[in-house]
Design a protein around this ligand. Sequence first.
Ligand code: C2O
Ligand code: CU
Ligand code: CU
Length: 502
Amino acid sequence: MTVPTGEERHGVTRRTVIKAGLAGATATALPLGGLLRVIAEGSGGNSPPVTSFSVPLPRPPKAIPVGTTPEGLPLYVFHEREALVPILPGLPPTKIWGYEGTTPGPTISMRAGQKIVVRQVNELTTGTTTHLHGGDTDAVYDGYPTQLVPPGSSFDHVYTGEGETATLWYHDHAIHRTGENVYAGLAGMFLVSDANERSLPLPKGRFDVPLVIQDRLFDKDAQLVYPFEDPRTHQVLQQGVFGDTFLVNGAPRPFMRVARRKYRFRVLNGCNARVLTLALSTGEAMTVIASEHQLFEHPVDTTTLHMATSERYQVVIDFSKYPVGSKIVLRNEFEGDPGDPFSEALTREIMRFDVVADVKDPSSVPADLAPQEPLGVPTVHRTWEFHRSGGQWRINDEVFEENRVDAVLKNGTTELWTLVNGGGGWIHPIHPHLVSFKVLDRNGSPPEPWEVGAKDTVSLGQGDVVRIQFDVDENKEGKYVFHCHNVEHEDDDMMTNIQFVL
Ligand code: C2O
Ligand code: CU
Ligand code: CU
């Protein structure tokens, strides 16, 4: 057996505990109240089979404020709780951890410049901390990994909508447990709209649909399994935790009935570790109009869309070119993932669009979406290398230390970062909190056509060197984290602190 990750540094770690639990065990409960189980030996290591496209696509509930704070801000209350939800058809309900007991959690929608308060009430059995990913959030509300809200208590986060449209998501960020907590269900969408975007004839309302794509592994009773190891080889899954069953908005490989018109999808790769290459079974192009932040200057047509974990894209698909009765499968065509312990055949189909009706389509995708600010002249250059050594994931050869700051970012400066994949065949989605950046190039060549917009997470593929640039103009002070968004890498300390100063 390989040495559990993290052992060298922490002595007895949670992984050691889990491994100890695994020795000779069948289905052993992980130390989090029995929610997630390691898969039973001899079960074959796969989820119960699910017939593709047999369940309709759910939409996450819309979050509604429960009132206003004494300062007059809309107040949302999210109880983090355990719940039983039906996921696999014909099998018992699955125990999840969800904001308001749902997964994905309720979708928050707000306007740029608006301010809201989200009260996080922890009704779980472990400390949690909620992070609004991509948010322009004061450090105290950002969900710092060690700033845990203990079970039975609550914390009010103040969130400010950024200047432009943004497709954000919120998720748990607890130190060394983010992977387990997100896997158990603690994640939801958070959308910011701006005036320019609202004035454009893009698909809106019920034709603007979040698609949260996640892979999960279930045991025979439909309970979530969080495998640190390949159940067959007992190798620690270094590339993180994979599942063999796609969920979209919490439903396994669902279908969605669509009319012959354009739909706008807010796609999140919400997997812990799996990277995706989206494609339509018809081979036709999708129109990408935005990445995580802002609209693109011009729409980008592409037949494949690569998404590392936590990347988001706004994608318009025009179903008017298909006759009623057409069925179009959204596929994952990413091949050769270095960490995937499952047969790729299991993770090819994500969901299906069934064209069921004729309809007038008043929407369109304008050729000009949003003007972009010109890039500044970089004043500070930094290089970050992401690799594994000594049994841990590292940034510039260091593991996370709460009290070590590796970069001080001064308001008013422009930073150019060179992100280097230090090898080993792994993929690292890189995410600094607070800032949004532009991708300058990848391996000296222009980035992918859909990477032209403002982003907060970028895929650092095998052997890649990616350069990004951003202005430090948030007027914030304080310590934020910067990490790999393969959440198991993050949990195993591929994370550091960046300090913002005025
Ligand atoms: Cu999704 Cu530290 O972030
Ligand atoms: Cu974040
Ligand atoms: Cu990584």
